[in-house]
Design a protein around this ligand. Sequence first.
Ligand code: PLP
Length: 452
Amino acid sequence: LEVIASVEPRIAEATRKELADQRGSLKLIASENYASPAVLMTMGTWFSDKYAEGTVGHRFYAGCQNVDTVEALAAEHARELFGAPYAYVQPHSGIDANLVAFWSILANKVETPYLQKMQAKNVNELTEADWETLRHDFGNQRLLGMSLDAGGHLTHGFRPNISGKMFHQQQYGTDPETGLLDYDAVAAKAREFKPLVLVAGYSAYPRRVNFAKMREIADEVGAVLMVDMAHFAGLVAGKVFTGEENPVPYAHITTTTTHKSLRGPRGGMVLAQEEFAADVDRGCPMVLGGPLSHVMAAKAVAFAEARTTEFQGYAQKVADNAKSLAEGFLTRGADLVTGGTDNHIVLLDVSSFGLTGRQAESALLDAGVVTNRNSVPQDSNGAWYTSGVRLGTPALTTRGFGHDEFDKVAELIVDVLSNTTAGTTKAGDPSKATYVLGEGVADRVTKQSAEM
Ligand code: PLP
């Protein structure tokens, strides 16, 4: 930090504060974690300075021999860790990984004269009509994914996202009564819509998914099954999700982030069956720019950590702790979407406290509890204000929290929310954003959470 401060002291100061905030609050954001010192240090090395577009042994730049070592090792670790035939470790983030997956599915599956011509000709020889055919053929494909309010991700075909614009899209949700995935309903939708891509995976669904069933649905309608395991990759690596709950053997293509439950550096990755390997390999330069070599190095370090029995113990605790947190809420009368959890996520419906997700999130932050507001299924408050708060156990489990601590976390959250009331706008109307925190609550809870 001293080196940074000698150049831009405000960045050094912000970094110091960030460390204090992350250590001094209860970090319950389901997509966050604490990477190890080895992972963090690997990201701050000279690989940061190196350009390496292309693939291992096949670069558009000279002098990439050390990046080759790094990328090959990261991919090898990833293949071993997840039992995948092929791994592509270049994506800079989860969204990038999904874009690479979409590209490779289109390139592999869409019968277009463009692709044949591409193989036969120089790009410069393609005519305007060829390009028009390509745009038409690629632009006319269908994607079916889980809706955002049911727990899916923006990139799973949400209309405002590019995935909802580059494909004709439809979305499947969850059962309105139980909040659970209804495989028969997904199958019925798939039969009717006949998507090229069926996307499974989630950001806010607090349950496990049966990927064998999703593959059956994909096979029945001739779709490619793409699973985005960004959230639960750590539970797959840690062998908590095995058999039909492990997507890798069932999906044609599996994408993930590396920084959530997997506890690596911020980044993405694509795992694929052999059939898609060559197309995924063209992710750079088709979709991505130069890979972040320092981050690929940190991915290799994180994967080496994740194959240890220690990590498996961690992953099991992440799931056990989520159950403790859920029980802590249920015994105190709070409402949970689906009535509980069997992964690392607890989705708290805050309507019964008379609050929106936005009010709850802000009130909790005042008390040192960091969460994020989240839609609940069929959310009447929309995606901005929402009616839920999403909580995850990966980060605090890394800090060593167990059953008792997570029960206490539930107690503190219920304390804050039951002592918060919805506020009003300047005009005196009911507000979805402002709130009034009961006297002394923030101090009481902040003190207790700082002591944990
Ligand atoms: N996929 C899922 C399921 C996610 O939950 C997220 C992030 O929250 C992403 C993809 C995107 O990851 P990134 O923020 O690294 O682009």
